[in-house]
Design a protein around this ligand. Structure first.
Ligand SMILES: [Zn+2]
Ligand SMILES: [Zn+2]
Ligand SMILES: [Zn+2]
Length: 125
């Protein structure tokens, strides 16, 4: 493996997200970029990008952590309270740019929530 500079490695990871509009799992990235970056580098970059408000992560039904691009997030706050949609035919997971409002839950203070929807995407319908 050649020497890849830090900024360059971040760029390689970001390129994968630019190429795909769907969410990508860390495991998939590791396989995809195995010739360029090692596993720990990829995990470190993903963590950093999430901290920086560039990517957000969520769990799929399979318990696998996935990452997707953020829209209007920054270093201090993530505003990705949108649902994620997984197609049961092709398996792709997309961010849905729709608002889901949480009902008031008495006696609990909600700090984060996830909405995960499954069905068929427009290509598979
Ligand atoms: Zn975000
Ligand atoms: Zn589909
Ligand atoms: Zn999302």
């Amino acid at each position: 493996m050649g020497i890849v500079r830090k900024t360059q490695s971040v760029q390689i990871v970001l390129d994968e997200f630019r190429k795909n509009s769907t969410a990508i799992s860390a495991v998939h990235l590791v396989t995809q970029l195995s010739t360029k970056l090692n596993k720990s580098t990829i995990y470190r970059i993903l963590d950093k990008l999430e901290d920086d408000g560039v990517l957000h992560s969520f769990m799929g039904k399979d318990g696998v952590k996935r990452y997707a691009k953020c829209q209007n997030c920054n270093k201090t706050t993530h505003t990705d309270n949108h649902p994620h949609f997984q197609c049961t035919i092709c398996g792709k997971i997309n961010c849905l740019q729709v608002n889901v409002s949480l009902p008031d839950i008495p006696d609990y203070s909600v700090t984060s929530y996830q909405v995960f929807i499954q069905g068929k995407c427009k290509e598979c319908l």
